[in-house]
Design a protein around this ligand. Structure first.
Ligand SMILES: Cc1ncc(COP(=O)(O)O)c(C=O)c1O
Length: 387
């Protein structure tokens, strides 16, 4: 019995390998923002999400160490039992002050937060409308929820409008889910137009801003702020601490009612150990630096513009953010290009299905405020040779 099961697993692994879709985690010896060392070799890193260089900022590292001394390394419990420390409260208060929401709730990861958001807030009578390129955590959450699910063509408001229109006389209540910056393409929806469509159908808008928080808008308040949207217009916002804020964990921010409801019914919140208090102390410092250090965002913006100016002859996706995609099509092409770049000292992982649609394997370049002009010139020169 067990043998047959193991054979089934082996077969699936072999099939995945034959399609050049196997992936392995690489163990990094050291990381300092722009550089990573793997197996004693140093590479320029263009695959991370540390957009503002906060993962290694000395102030953040000190805050984590001081936080561990003051509150402990672990929270020692789930939040509703004994896991909620003062520093958790301070972090949610700071998030509300920064982003203009009434309440926020912390989660161990963005994946867990998205599960909680859709599984808890969408019910039998609802219809979840998701962008086609939504992150796996949103797709899985929607499919596991009690609601019906439909997906609209990427950033296509006409397609969304068609789905909303089909829906109107029915008893189902639509909820629209999108991202501030799409994780694999780096583009963004027109949020004011999307909101006005949502308003027409009384559909709440749920926004995942994992890649916009910290990077976009005044004080890094994210995609909604950068497009002139007041936070109160969103039904809720999910964002994580693992990208621009350089740590890990996540939060959902919304009105008192939405967060009160998630606190009572959100199983990923209730039945999970609260975030490490030491880490929360680090995130508090990251947020402080993020709000005050405009130079980090200015430098990142400079790097994005320089990259796009230099790479006009490359098949780049349209994106004005730190995520820049070069779509190569086949898995083999993407892997070969990534290997060539590694040989040249540039770490740029090939992104393949199921992370991106079949036939759109790519190099996904992520830029950081840590990169220098020379790093970007070198990247473009080697990209040209590799693709
Ligand atoms: C758009 C988006 N949402 C959610 C997540 C999940 O966040 P986390 O890595 O904190 O689980 C990610 C990260 O991969 C993401 O890119």
């Amino acid at each position: 019995m067990a043998q047959a099961r193991l054979r089934r697993l082996q077969h699936a692994l072999q099939e995945r390998a034959a399609k050049q879709l196997s992936r392995q985690a690489v163990t990094i010896d050291s990381y300092n923002g722009r550089l990573i060392t793997v197996g004693n070799k140093q590479y320029l890193n263009f695959s991370g999400n540390d957009y503002l260089g906060l993962a290694q900022a000395p102030e953040v590292l000190h805050a984590v160490a001081d936080g561990a001394k003051a509150y402990g390394a672990g929270s020692s419990g789930s939040p509703l039992v004994t896991g909620q420390h003062k520093v958790h409260q301070q972090l949610t208060d700071t998030l509300c002050d920064w982003l203009g929401f009434e309440r926020a709730l912390l989660f161990s990861s963005g994946f867990a937060a998205n599960q909680a958001m859709l599984l808890t807030l969408a019910d039998k009578q609802d219809l979840l409308l998701l962008d086609k390129l939504s992150h796996a955590s949103l797709i899985d959450a929607a499919l596991h929820s009690k609601a019906d699910v439909k997906r609209f063509a990427h950033n296509d408001l006409n397609a969304l409008s068609g789905l909303l229109l089909q829906q109107t006389p029915s008893a189902q209540q639509p909820m629209v889910v999108t991202e501030g910056v799409f994780s694999m393409d780096g583009d963004s929806p027109d949020l004011p137009a999307l909101l006005s469509l949502c308003r027409q159908y009384d559909a709440p808008l749920l926004l995942d801003d994992a890649h916009g928080l910290g990077v976009l808008g005044p004080e890094g308040r994210g995609s909604a702020a950068s497009q002139g949207i007041a936070s109160g217009e969103l039904f809720c916002l999910m964002a994580n601490f693992g990208k621009a804020l350089g740590a890990s964990g996540a939060f959902i921010a919304a009105s008192n009612t939405v967060i009160d409801y998630l606190e009572q019914f959100g199983r990923h919140y209730i039945y999970s150990t609260a975030l490490s208090p030491a880490l929360c102390a680090g995130v508090l410092k990251s947020i402080e630096l993020c709000r005050n250090d405009n130079w980090r965002r200015d430098k990142l913006q400079h790097n994005i513009e320089l990259f796009r100016q230099l790479a006009t002859d490359l098949p780049l996706l349209v994106s004005e953010t730190a995520i820049q995609g070069v779509v190569l099509g086949s898995n083999e092409r993407a892997l070969t290009a990534s290997t060539k770049l590694k040989q040249a000292g540039i770490w740029l992982s090939a992104i393949r299905p199921p992370t991106v649609p079949v036939g759109s394997a790519r190099l996904r370049i992520t830029l950081s405020s840590q990169h220098t002009d020379d790093d970007i010139r070198l990247l473009v020169q080697h990209l040209r040779q590799a693709v």
